[in-house]
Design a binder for this molecule. Sequence first.
Ligand code: PMP
Length: 393
Amino acid sequence: MLQDFPAIPAGWAYLDTAATAQKPQIVIDAIAAAYGETYATVHRGVYQRSADMTLAYEAARERVARFIGAGSSAEIVYVRGATEAINLIAQCWGGTVLKPGDRILLSQLEHHSNIVPWQMIAERTGALIDVAPLTADHCIDLDAVEAMLTPQHKLVALAHVSNVLGSVLDVKRAADLAHAVGAKLLVDGCQAVARLPVDVTALGCDFYVFSGHKLYGPTGIGCLWARPELLEAMPPYQGGGSMIDKVSFAKTTYAPPPTRFEAGTPHIVGALGLHAAIDYVESIGLDAIHAHETALVRQTREALSAMNSVTLFGPEDSAGIVSFAIHGVHPHDVGTILDEGRVAIRAGHHCAQPLMEALGVPATARASFGVYNGPADVDALVKGIERVRRIFG
Ligand code: PMP
């Protein structure tokens, strides 16, 4: 697999896939061909090249729908990424549905992009936010969620896989709990789509969002899936070209979803790159990727748990991500020293400051795996950590 990734030189352990995945040659080739051979606008041109590009752009939407088990490609809205998707849902769905006193339930481990948009819309609508705690092994506590939910809750919004801890949510149970009180379930699938098989229909959620760049695809493209009746009832997010049915100064009417939510010339090439990325991960298989990353997580956790100055966060069976702290050493120093040994990890709060507060640390060091990693990368990480411990006594 490593040979598919031209930006990973020999001997470099890239362990920051949770931030963004490296790109396989097949994705780079798809992007180069889209700009270099077949480029044209979509949905507007009367010439053949544009019609062909439109077909390719819409074929990518169909590929996404099949990939996540959506009922139809009309349920897939292209966005810039998960952040834009959640803002869109907060503004368009939340802005219409939420009333003063309504409640939104989030969890302690959410990424800022699944917190701040809800705070913004709560402030505008008078809705209130509740925060579900974590279990002792740092998973979202669904027993607590069950006890907290009331008929005032209109939305539960949770990460499928935590970007810091790798904790995997039981989405089916979360959906049942939300629906039992009449709430909708939004799932932030950013870390999940590249690590686990996802079928939104089987999971029973109402909204599912992800970014293309964490799925070995390009930056600047992501997807929002929602049940069709929810999209149908939502007003547009932004106004402009493409999203209209008819424009006049007397009255403008809007296109049906998903077009209604896609104002302006879209990220055409991004969609084609995403198509290639989905083909790539499915050629390996999500079950195989999950098994591969689980083995690397196990190897990492076993090695680190044998070191007495290292604290491991997250559950044993985390999906592809291991966060840790070394006693007396700031995670940034850990990251810098590891980099000297050609090991790239992330250190910081990982856009999850409320989680850091719950863990009682200012930051963590995080190693996250992808299809290109192998046991030698874990060995390099462990060697680097041993060096950190020697340097800091
Ligand atoms: N949610 C999670 C769980 C994430 O890991 C990330 C990216 N770190 C996001 C949301 C936001 O994704 P993006 O920055 O691509 O919009």
